[in-house]
Design a protein around this ligand. Structure first.
Ligand SMILES: [Zn+2]
Length: 208
C-alpha cells in the first residue's frame, strides 16, 4: 500500500518500522502486552488501562499525543483491542465512543488522538464507533496542571451528550488516552449513564 511507504508504521517503543498488523516490533513484544490495570471510577464504572504511565509507555503515549507520532494509533489500537477482548467476553454487544476534544484544540493539534484510537480499535473488533459526547466549553486549565480536587471541578459542565438516542439502552466502551484522577472519565461516563447507557466500560492507554 502506498500509505505504508509514505507513512510507515513504527514500533511505539523503539521506532523501528514494523508490519502494520503488529502492535510492536518483535523485540518490544512484551512491552506491548497490556497489563489490564483496573480501577473503579467515582461514577461507579470500571476503568481498565493497558499500561502504567511511566518509562517507555509514558514516552510513547506523549510522542503520540504531542510530538507528531500520529501513526502510533495503529499499533496502539492492536493493544487496546487485545485489552478489550480480555476484559469483555461479550465485547461485540458494545459500541465505542471517546472523550471528545474541544473543536478549537482539535484544529490546533490537527487531529483528535483519542478519536483516532477509538475508531481504529472499533474497526479491529468489528463493532461500531460513534462520537456521542461533545466538549462544549473550553477549559481554562489543562488537567495535568491541577490538583485532584481542582481537576474534579475543572471538568464539571465541559461536556454534554451529543447523541442521546444512540446512547440510550446501549453498552458503551469509552476511550481516553491517559487517566490520572479519573475525573474526566467520571464526568463523561456519568453523562452517558444519565442518557440511559446500559453499561459503560472506560479504557485508556495509560494510568498514572
Ligand atoms: Zn520495538
Amino acid at each position: 500500500m502506498l500509505s505504508q511507504i509514505l507513512f510507515p508504521v513504527r514500533c511505539p517503543y523503539c521506532s523501528k518500522v514494523i508490519d502494520s498488523s503488529q502492535p510492536s516490533c518483535r523485540d518490544c513484544r512484551e512491552l506491548a502486552r497490556p497489563i489490564n490495570y483496573r480501577k473503579v471510577l467515582e461514577s461507579g464504572y470500571m476503568c481498565v488501562s493497558a499500561f502504567q504511565h511511566e518509562d517507555v509507555w509514558r514516552h510513547s503515549v506523549l510522542q503520540y499525543k504531542f510530538y507528531g507520532c500520529r501513526q502510533f494509533y495503529i499499533p496502539f489500537a492492536k493493544t487496546m483491542a487485545e485489552l478489550i477482548k480480555n476484559e469483555l467476553t461479550d465485547f461485540s454487544s458494545y459500541s465505542v465512543t471517546s472523550v471528545p476534544m474541544h473543536r478549537k484544540r482539535k484544529s490546533e493539534r490537527g487531529f483528535d488522538q483519542v478519536e483516532l484510537l477509538g475508531k481504529e480499535t472499533a474497526r479491529l473488533l468489528k463493532i461500531k464507533y460513534k462520537q456521542c459526547l461533545k466538549q462544549t466549553v473550553l477549559s481554562n486549565h489543562e488537567q495535568h496542571s491541577l490538583t485532584r480536587s481542582e481537576r474534579i471541578d475543572n471538568v464539571k459542565g465541559l461536556y454534554r451528550c451529543a447523541k442521546p438516542k444512540y446512547v440510550c439502552g446501549r453498552k458503551i466502551i469509552l476511550f481516553d488516552d491517559i487517566t490520572t484522577t479519573g475525573s474526566t472519565l467520571t464526568e463523561c461516563s456519568a453523562i452517558l449513564r444519565k442518557c440511559g447507557a446500559e453499561d459503560v466500560l472506560c479504557v485508556t492507554l495509560t494510568v498514572s
